[in-house]
Design a protein around this ligand. Structure first.
Ligand SMILES: Cc1ncc(COP(=O)(O)O)c(C=O)c1O
Length: 456
């Protein structure tokens, strides 16, 4: 009983502090002050020998950690592609934590299993992927890519009569790796985990927007794993996925699409033109915690061949009892895992397909508006804004970096660095459902003021 009392007290405390935080969140700095960061030292110290009441622990978090938070819940944070957290996602996460369900198997949690299987059906439908496509929910895109690449590798080797699960990767026949020269670092990391070296990759040149040029692909065969992307991490451009799939499939190759934030273009009738032929690929990966604003953490892997992904990722043991319903662990590298379906189901139920499309459209419209206003202010927009991404630069790398440093210190908005074709750029992503045109106006004003001050 005392356990229940402590939990009730803690829920009340967390509710009180969350309400307080959320009421102020719209006005909080985009990046914490040096003073707030210094305050984090209050959370350090020798290993505590004695415990502290859980409610007091929450008070400490509120006092010292919260002021050093980054303003991802404002509409003025344009760093990385961080996303905000939708109301339904926040509420469902609270419940999910109170429920403490294990999403591994139906037998471990029928509710988690059902919600995940319905979320799979709805999201596959919303993204226009082939009916019956399997979806696995994991921590993020890097892990989702890992799941897809493991599946592709195993499948391509099996077609050559080689079972890597039995024989191992030493002595395995070759799997050729054909990928965009612009492929994201997360894909490269996952490739090394599944046994590929960077020198093995056959890199395909890209056009001026960073899109793979299909005509430049080497001659493919049935040993090829082809990697393309929906949403270049810098400029937001989309590879011509359908065209690549047509060529690859004639040769019997496997195509994976990394669409960490850009796959959600498929959810909007207005943005779907960015991804013609998306449904032709063999596997896809994306984040719910980016464009879908699910909050952390949630990455998704999709595979058109349900058996192939389950064969690659299933761990079997006598104590594991699979069902004829949903056993989420079959489609991931994990066993015990969060009940991701609780949040995913709640988002789709709360916004509906139309609401998700509108959220994506709003981000894209705000990005276009951002680009137009920056250009009106005389600032160089490096490429035409695409989806929710744009890049700006100033007279020299030094000037660009100086403007960026001042933006990051401003506390009003936050943007990150990158490089495009060897030059320093400031990378701007509009990935919060709560960003408004007024937030964009504020951002343009801050950037212009800083740039004018620096170029004087
Ligand atoms: C195109 C692309 N792929 C993969 C990733 C990795 O995603 P995550 O950080 O969720 O692992 C990112 C992250 O920014 C990305 O933009």
């Amino acid at each position: 009983m005392s356990d229940t009392k402590e939990k009730l007290d803690v829920i009340e405390k967390a509710k009180e502090l969350s309400l307080e935080y959320t009421k102020k969140a719209a006005d909080m700095p985009a990046f914490p002050s040096d003073e707030a960061i210094a305050g984090l030292e209050n959370l350090d110290g020798p290993t505590p020998k004695e415990g502290t009441a859980a409610v007091d622990v929450l008070d400490m978090l509120n006092e010292y950690a919260a002021p050093a938070n980054v303003g991802t819940t404002t509409g003025r944070y344009f760093g990385f592609v961080t996303g905000n957290m939708l109301p339904a996602a926040l509420g469902a996460s609270w419940l999910m934590n109170a429920w403490n369900q294990n999403g591994a198997m139906f037998i471990g949690s029928p509710s988690a299993a059902k919600l995940e299987s319905v979320a799979e059906k709805w999201i596959v439908d919303i993204l226009g992927l082939p009916e019956g496509t399997a979806m696995g929910a994991v921590t993020g895109s890097t892990n989702a890519i890992l799941c897809a690449l493991t599946t592709a590798r195993d499948y391509l080797l099996k077609k050559q009569g080689y079972d890597i699960h039995v024989k191992g990767f030493r002595g395995a026949p070759k799997v050729r790796l054909v990928m965009s020269e612009e492929i994201h670092a997360a894909v490269k990391e996952s490739l090394s985990v599944v046994g590929f070296g960077s020198e093995e990759a056959e890199l395909v040149p890209c056009d001026e927007l960073g899109r793979i040029i299909p005509g430049e692909m080497p001659k493919l065969d049935k040993t090829c794993l082809v990697l393309v992307q929906a949403g270049n991490v810098n400029g937001g451009s989309f590879d011509p996925i359908g065209e690549v799939c047509d060529i690859a499939h004639k040769a019997g190759a496997w195509v994976h699409v990394d669409g960490a934030f850009g796959l959600w273009a498929a959810a909007s009738p207005k943005q779907r033109d960015n991804v013609p032929g998306l449904e032709k690929a063999d596997s896809w990966s994306c984040d719910a915690h980016k464009t879908l604003n699910s909050g952390y953490d949630c990455g998704l892997v999709f595979c058109r061949d349900r058996k192939a992904i389950a064969d690659a990722l299933t761990a079997g043991a006598p104590y594991l009892e699979f069902s004829d319903k949903r056993d989420g662990m079959l489609y991931t590298t994990e066993m015990s895992r969060r009940a991701y379906g609780v949040v995913l189901w709640s988002i789709v139920k709360s916004l509906g397909a139309d609401g998700i499309a509108k959220m994506v459209d709003d981000m894209c419209d705000n990005t276009q508006y951002f680009g137009e206003e920056l250009e009106k202010a005389g600032i160089t927009v490096v490429l035409p804004p695409s989806f929710n991404q744009l890049m700006i630069k100033f007279g020299s790398d030094e000037e660009t970096n100086a403007v960026l440093a001042a933006i990051q210190r401003s506390g009003t908005i936050w943007c990150g660095p990158s490089k495009w074709r060897g030059e320093a750029v400031i990378r701007i992503s509009v990935s919060s459902y709560s960003t408004t045109k007024e937030d964009v106006d504020t951002a343009v004003e801050v950037i212009k003021r800083i740039a004018d001050g620096i170029s004087k």
